[in-house]
Design a protein around this ligand. Structure first.
Ligand code: PGA
Length: 260
């Protein structure tokens, strides 16, 4: 089965409701029907901050844009100040959620175990999860990239079945490339993506997991470097931060993906 490319925008802590709705208007104007027509169209997803979700969902309605959140708590409700549950996300209308972004790991104490708990909550609530993994510069320099990514994936995906994996997308995001303008080379990215696909062959007895799971690249992807990255056999899309806030750049990446 050919994997459909997914172009996902991670807005991080940018854009309130009014600005977010405007950004969707601008993206729609830039892409026209470019992401929902034709056989090779990519799926397109935007992930705004929680308080922007409703405005963005309203503006995206009837378009090909899908909307996701940037985090989910593992409990359905309760005394977890500052957190949002899967039921709340479902009620709000989102279909996707980013889990385990390196900024969550680095600044908010996210661990492989909590990523796993959040992932289970996403699947239980019928959401598609974009699970992020990636090594720091020190880990890459030490030659431990694959070991780090393997540890993160084994932890994140503990107890997840082949069936559950149908709702999982992986985003490989080398930490040293996030927001730095220093993108991984096509070869560096492809090497890790191929490693992840190979790992899935050993982790899941069902071969369709390795074949069908989409693995996105993230880390300073932009309109200029997207073509080379998306042309790699194991790169199935992008998780895009900075460039997803610029309508022309995001649209250019979507157009590149349509050709990839
Ligand atoms: P960037 O962010 O594209 O700004 O590097 C990517 C991400 O953090 O998901």
């Amino acid at each position: 089965m050919a994997r459909q490319i997914l172009i996902a925008g991670n807005w991080k802590m940018n854009k309130g409701a009014a600005d977010g709705a405007q950004l969707i208007k601008d993206i729609k104007a830039q892409i026209g029907c470019g992401c929902c027509c034709g056989g090779k169209s990519p799926e397109v997803l935007v992930c705004p901050p929680f308080t922007t979700l409703s405005a963005v969902l309203a503006e995206a309605k009837g378009s090909c844009l899908q909307v996701g959140a940037q985090n989910i708590h593992w409990a359905e409700q309760g005394a977890f100040t500052g957190e949002i549950s899967g039921a709340m996300l479902k009620e709000c209308g989102v279909t996707h959620v980013i889990i385990g972004h390196s900024e969550r790991r680095q600044y908010f104490g996210e661990t492989d175990a909590t990523v796993n708990q959040r992932l289970k909550a996403a699947l239980k609530n019928g959401l598609t999860a974009v699970v992020c993994v990636g090594e720091t510069l020190a880990e890459r320099m030490a030659g431990t990239t694959n070991a780090v990514v393997e540890r993160q994936l084994r932890g994140a995906l503990a107890d997840i079945s082949a069936d559950g994996m149908k709702q999982v997308v992986i985003a490989y995001e080398p930490v040293w490339a996030i927001g730095t303008g220093q993108v991984a080379s096509d070869e560096q990215a492809q090497e890790v993506h191929a490693f992840i696909r190979g790992l899935f062959k050993t982790m899941f007895s069902c071969p369709s997991v390795a074949d069908n799971t989409r693995i996105l690249y993230g880390g300073s992807m932009n309109a200029t470097n997207a073509g080379g990255l998306l042309a790699q056999p194991d790169i199935d899309g992008g998780l895009i931060g900075g460039a997803s806030l610029k309508p022309a750049d995001f649209a250019a990446i979507i157009k590149t993906a349509t050709k990839a």
